[in-house]
Design a protein around this ligand. Structure first.
Ligand SMILES: Cc1cc2nc3c(=O)[nH]c(=O)nc-3n(C[C@H](O)[C@H](O)[C@H](O)COP(=O)(O)OP(=O)(O)OC[C@H]3O[C@@H](n4cnc5c(N)ncnc54)[C@H](O)[C@@H]3O)c2cc1C
Length: 445
């Protein structure tokens, strides 16, 4: 427990009002990174069970407060911290696994890494987020780009049902036939969902028998050889491979590097080695400072690589989906590479195979996703670092079709995140199911 609150006569979990002892600690703990927003909920309810969520929504209605849920607290823009009543799931953290049926249930604050480890004990797999600590709540609602996502598709496609507390304060069960509008919206609307999900019902998948990874570290002066080759190679890779190119300064080094990391998920080791073979063809391969091809990889190792750049600090992330060719894109990125504010900042390039989401709001993707991640320590650098991530994406808007909600930065830069017809349907459903606007929607500038 972060602080003291008065025992509530109805809700089992803690309840803080503005000014209560412990309120500020609870507000700050709702956000994983150090840039805490200047937004203050009137009430924070740290729920312990479904009934607490129902009571919290009913209380908000009675008091005329808007409602926002906080799942795992990993939104980069702290989109769960708004005025009104925050429903904080951090102490309602439960999952169940049925290995025979290959199904599971999770509450929103369960993290992809904890859940993934439990599922793997049964020889099963779920495509959770790439870094430890990412809550499944917000991750699944925005679509979910998880491990082995190139083959599995969006993680929300493995959500078969949800329990939701509606704007009427009722707890309902939703799947593709019952309350199907909610199910559609929960597969991709992200922070714009018009309800509070209390539980997700998931399909699990067989654990791939072979997981291999390759890692190459190139010096920055190999950029002109590495970046175009990587962007050209990405679309031809099999779906069993997840490729990443990160431009980052690894912790402990004083040199920014181009890190090509690729993971294969296959039935046999030979298939994995074959799938990763294209990474051996980089024209700069002889200049690699580190060269590790097709080694068996544990999830601990995969998480360690992906989270190495997720160092403590203040964060601003933006991104772009693009269909543009490497020849067009590469010169446009020079300015971004030349203007890193500090060694904690990094840029990721992710080639992507389209994944349709049947019965889901998720609808915006492209063959390549690019994301600058600004990380810094000092408040005085806020404006400069936010502008680095945001401003370059604004500059490159002519080459972008939109953003991932995973990295939404709408509070600093509006950008498309869903096909127009899906956004229109979402807003029609919101008007139908939440006519008084009880639930906060997207955090816009
Ligand atoms: C280090 C790091 C790594 C990441 N890696 C990945 C990745 O590999 N793939 C990927 O797809 N994304 C990734 N993300 C993005 C992440 O999935 C999103 O930020 C996601 O929204 C986090 O969910 P959360 O529940 O932890 O966040 P929160 O901040 O708690 O919630 C995010 C949004 O979802 C809403 N929400 C959460 N729970 C509920 C609920 N129960 N009912 C209704 N609304 C709810 C909140 O109101 C809020 O608007 C990463 C983020 C970080 C910080």
């Amino acid at each position: 427990m972060v602080g003291q609150s008065e025992p509530d006569p109805v809700v089992a979990g803690d309840v803080w009002r503005r000014g209560d002892e412990g309120y500020e600690a609870a507000r700050q703990a709702a956000v994983w990174h150090q840039l805490k927003p200047n937004r203050y909920p009137d009430v924070i309810v740290r729920v312990k069970n479904e009934q607490d969520v129902v009571e919290a929504v009913r209380r908000a209605r009675k008091e005329g407060l808007k409602v926002k849920a906080r799942g795992g607290g990993h939104s980069m823009t702290a989109s769960s911290v708004r005025d009104g009543l925050m429903i904080d799931f951090s102490e309602f953290c439960e999952y169940t696994i049925d290995p025979q049926a290959r199904t599971a249930t999770v509450t929103p604050s369960v993290t992809g890494d904890d859940f993934g480890a439990a599922v793997r004990e049964h020889g099963l797999f779920f495509p959770g987020g790439h870094c430890p600590g990412v809550g499944l709540g917000g991750f699944l609602l925005q679509g979910g780009f998880g491990w082995n996502g190139q083959a599995m598709g969006m993680a929300c496609s493995s959500v078969r049902a949800i329990d939701v507390v509606t704007a009427d304060g009722e707890l309902i069960h939703c799947d593709d036939t019952t309350n199907a509008d909610y199910m559609w919206a929960a597969r991709g609307s992200g922070s714009g969902f018009f309800g509070v999900v209390t539980r997700f019902y998931l399909d699990l998948h067989p654990l791939p028998a072979s997981i291999l990874s390759s890692l190459y570290a190139y010096p920055m002066d190999a950029l002109d050889d590495v970046l175009p080759w990587f962007l050209e190679t990405g679309p031809s890779l099999p779906r069993s491979v997840e490729p990443f190119l990160m431009c980052a300064t690894p912790p402990g080094l004083d040199q920014r590097l181009l890190l090509v990391f690729a993971v294969s998920f296959t039935d046999t080791e030979q298939q994995g080695r074959d799938a990763l073979a294209p990474f051996e063809t980089c024209p700069a391969i002889d200049r690699a400072l580190e060269h590790r091809y097709a080694k068996p990889a544990s999830f601990d190792e995969l998480y360690a690589f992906m989270s190495a750049a997720a160092v403590p600090g203040r964060y601003c992330v933006d991104g772009m989906w693009t269909h543009e060719s490497p020849a067009t894109l590469v010169p446009k990125f020079q300015e971004l590479f030349d203007s890193f504010p500090n060694p904690k900042c990094h840029i990721g390039f992710y080639p992507w195979h389209d994944a349709d989401v049947p019965n889901g709001a998720f609808s915006l993707q492209a063959p390549l996703y690019i994301s600058p991640v600004a990380v810094w320590d000092d408040e005085k650098d806020d404006a400069h670092c936010i502008e680095w991530a945001t401003g370059h994406m604004r500059r490159l808007e002519p080459y972008s079709v939109g953003i991932m909600l995973a990295d939404e930065n709408l509070v600093n830069r509006p950008a498309p995140f869903m096909a127009p017809q899906n956004l229109e349907r979402l807003e029609q459903l919101r008007a139908k199911y939440d006519p008084s606007g009880l639930f906060h929607s997207y955090l816009l500038s």
